[in-house]
Design a protein around this ligand. Structure first.
Ligand SMILES: [Zn+2]
Length: 152
């Protein structure tokens, strides 16, 4: 049995921009509307629940709020000085105000890596003994998703 939260229908969406270094088209800075989805597998407890929907949604909201209306950059590839973030990718130098950036601990900002990042954060937030597996999806626009799961 599993619970499912669809980011498009439940409003777990965020707008952000990124670039994929060395990719011909996606190497240029560009934006998407993303959605974050979750499936929580497990068994029901005495109350009849695997986990309260609101617990899952609170964890999802934190991730969406962190990423929404920001430039997504890989944490380890940037330099930070005087409230500015600098990144050099593909021979181009970008400088952003720190307030406009979300630094993410992944090698590059693909949908696959964003899903892995979100999975790690969600797993930390919503552990309980009923849950056997958590699956997280990131849509990069409508109709194309990356999904990743972890058994607990
Ligand atoms: Zn893109």
């Amino acid at each position: 049995m599993y619970l499912s939260i669809d980011g498009w229908k439940s409003n777990f969406t965020f707008s952000a921009c990124h670039m994929i270094p060395a990719h011909k088209k996606c190497g240029r800075l560009h934006g998407h509307t993303y959605a974050l989805h979750a499936r929580i597998y497990g068994k029901q407890d005495k109350t009849g629940m695997i986990v309260d929907f609101s617990v899952v949604k609170d964890a999802m909201r934190k991730i969406v709020d962190q990423l929404d209306h920001r430039v997504l950059l890989p944490k380890k590839r940037v330099e930070s000085e005087k409230n500015e973030i600098t990144i050099i990718e593909g021979g181009k130098r970008y400088v952003f105000p720190e307030t406009d950036v979300a630094l993410i601990d992944v090698p590059c900002l693909t949908a696959e890596n964003l899903a892995k990042y979100a999975l790690k954060k969600i797993c930390r937030e919503i552990k309980n003994e009923n849950i056997s597996e958590i699956e997280i999806g990131i849509s990069e626009g409508w109709g194309q998703d990356a999904w990743v799961s972890r058994k607990l």
